[in-house]
Design a protein around this ligand. Structure first.
Ligand SMILES: [Fe+2]
Ligand SMILES: [Fe+2]
Length: 267
C-alpha cells in the first residue's frame, strides 16, 4: 500500500474501531453495574464513571473524519487506549473479588473475564494502529479467529445460562451453538499450533468459510432471541441491550472474516 493510502486507511480504521468498541465498553460498564447488589455501591459508582468516560469519547469521535490529521488521530488513539486499559483493570479487579468470594453479584466470572478480554483486544488494536499495522497477516488471521471464536462460544454459554430453565428448546439450541463453537475454537487452536506451515491460502480460505457458516447462524439466533426478549415473548434474565450487544459482536466478527477473505484474494 502506498504511504498516503496507508495513512488514510489507518485513520478510517481507527475511527471505526473506536466507534464500535467504545459503545461496547460503555455497555459492559452498564451490565456490570446492573449485576451488582445494592451494597456494592462503590463498584457501581466506578462502573458509572466508565459510562461517562466512554460517552465523552463517543462525543469526541464526532469531531474527527476520515480526512483528519493522522497525528490528531494517533493522539486520540492513545487517549482511548488509556481508557480501555483502565476499564480492563477495573474488570480484572472485579474478577478477583468475585473469584475470592469477597463479593457476590449476578455477574458470572466467565462474563467478567470475557469482557476484560474484549477490553484487552480493543486496547491492543489501538496500539497496533498507532504502530502503523493495518493489514492482517496470515498468522493474525488465525489468532484473530481464535479470539472471536472463543467470544462466540462464550456468548452461546451466557445465553444458555441466562435463559429461564423452562425455555427448554432455546436452552438446548444455545447448548448446541456452544458445542459447535467449542469445536471450531479447537480447530483454530490446532491450526495455530501448526503455524507457520498451516498458513496456506487454501487452508485459511476453508477455515474462514467454515467459521462464516457458523457465525452467520449464531448471528441469526441472537437476532431472533433479541426480538423475542424485546417483545417479552420468552422468559429470561437477559437485558434486551445485552441481546443486541452480542448480536453486534457477531456482526463485527462477520465483517472481519470478510476483510480477511478479501486480503487472501489479494495475496
Ligand atoms: Fe461485549
Ligand atoms: Fe462479547
Amino acid at each position: 500500500m502506498r504511504g498516503e493510502s496507508l495513512i488514510n486507511s489507518i485513520v478510517a480504521r481507527s475511527l471505526d474501531e473506536i466507534r464500535f468498541w467504545s459503545r461496547i465498553m460503555k455497555e459492559h460498564a452498564l451490565f456490570l453495574s446492573l449485576g451488582f447488589t445494592y451494597e456494592q455501591k462503590q463498584l457501581i459508582d466506578e462502573a458509572n464513571q466508565f459510562i461517562t468516560i466512554f460517552e465523552r469519547i463517543e462525543e469526541k469521535l464526532t469531531r474527527y473524519t476520515v480526512n483528519s490529521d493522522i497525528r490528531q488521530i494517533q493522539a486520540f488513539n492513545a487517549e482511548v487506549y488509556q481508557a480501555a486499559v483502565a476499564i480492563w483493570n477495573y474488570k480484572r479487579k472485579v474478577l478477583g473479588l468475585t473469584l475470592r468470594c469477597e463479593i457476590r453479584s449476578n455477574n458470572y466470572p466467565l462474563l467478567i473475564d470475557h469482557i476484560s478480554r474484549e477490553a484487552a483486544y480493543f486496547a491492543n488494536r489501538l496500539k497496533e494502529l498507532n504502530e502503523g499495522k493495518l493489514a492482517p497477516e496470515p498468522d493474525a488471521i488465525i489468532e484473530e479467529n481464535v479470539f472471536f471464536l472463543r467470544i462466540m462460544a462464550d456468548h452461546a454459554k451466557f445465553i444458555g445460562h441466562l435463559l429461564d430453565p423452562s425455555e427448554r428448546k432455546l436452552v438446548a439450541q444455545a447448548r448446541e451453538f456452544s458445542h459447535d463453537f467449542d469445536q471450531l475454537l479447537f480447530q483454530a487452536v490446532d491450526l495455530d499450533s501448526m503455524q507457520p506451515q498451516s498458513e496456506t491460502i487454501p487452508l485459511l480460505d476453508q477455515f474462514l468459510d467454515q467459521n462464516r457458516v457458523s457465525v452467520t447462524s449464531l448471528r441469526d439466533f441472537k437476532k431472533t432471541a433479541r426480538e423475542l426478549i424485546e417483545e417479552c415473548r420468552i422468559k429470561s434474565n437477559i437485558h434486551p441491550l445485552l441481546a443486541d450487544h452480542t448480536f453486534r459482536e457477531a456482526e463485527r466478527f462477520l465483517e472481519i472474516i470478510d476483510l480477511f477473505e478479501a486480503s487472501l484474494k489479494k495475496a
